[in-house]
Design a protein. Sequence first.
Length: 367
Amino acid sequence: MRVLIYHPRFVGYGGAELVMCKVARALYARGYDVAVATHELDQTKYRMRTARIILPLSKPNILNNLVCSLSLSKLANQFDVLIMSNPYAVLDFFVSIRTKTPIVWWCHEPRRKLFWKEMGDPKPRDPVSWQMKRSLFKFLTKIFALRCRTLIVHSNYMKNIVRSALRVRGLRVVPFGVDLKDYPYTRLLKNKRLLYVGRVADVKNVYRLIDAFALVEDKQARLVIIGQGTTGDNIYMMRLVERLGLQEKVVWRKSVEDLIAEYVKSEMVVYPCINEPFGIVPIEAMATARPVIVARVGGPAETVVNGETGLLVDPYNKKEIANAITQILSKEDSFKMGMNGRKRVEDHYTFDRFLSGIEDILRSVVG
């Protein structure tokens, strides 16, 4: 089977990029003829043995996306199936009407800027020009969704949102998984080290996490933040840490060479992101047998079992987040939570289980 995977850009580190890179490599290893089409690829971060095709796109806008759709649709006609992940508006619609190849939309989430209401986000503060385009882009996105053979989502939470936003039925839920041999685990260290991994942004709730951490009375607790955002977000976070007097208790690293080692060195992982579609971080944390604190609404609320593998909190309530942190810090048998998490990943969230689900979908689409 010839499979073309499109994802706009493989630069930096993000959940969607990580998933698509791993899928491309795994399908290739299983004997599929795989090619990856993108507009930009950092090969030092995303090492792929598959064919790589760089599609010219200087800047995403209506005209450029339309022109690029011609190249992608012609390319797709050479394959048995086209997987489109996070496609740009307009480009997705015109590809769907120009190619005869069956399309699978890997819908990590519908575009939050378009479907902010369905995602539960606050109304964006956009210029008038963008507000005028939003209705058109939403309409074209809905038509594109209807033209796809199927849509892949990672959680039932996202399935319900996509069904509401796009009015489609061909939805398949395939939770992501990890390769357990890559995730060593040891008995939980009661070292009072908290870990957050992810972008620095409002939707990731990292600012409220810092506010909550300031309420934790344990003076030995330390918070390690791994990730970065825009320049403005980074500056705001640093100023917040300074204003709260947490310079000695909060460590910020924009990136690390060995993320798994950071999980192992931590007592818990705190990931209270707002309306998170799925959340790879909680799965990775549980794979290393570390308790996880996540929001009680969103994809992570399906993977983390409250009181067994971690704690679910109101992501808008910084006092509740602080209390959850304190509860795990003071719980002598919290290592049991970690081991329960490891067992849950072994039973439900392995990469082999995930990939088998994807292969079933591809076979059904191609027939």
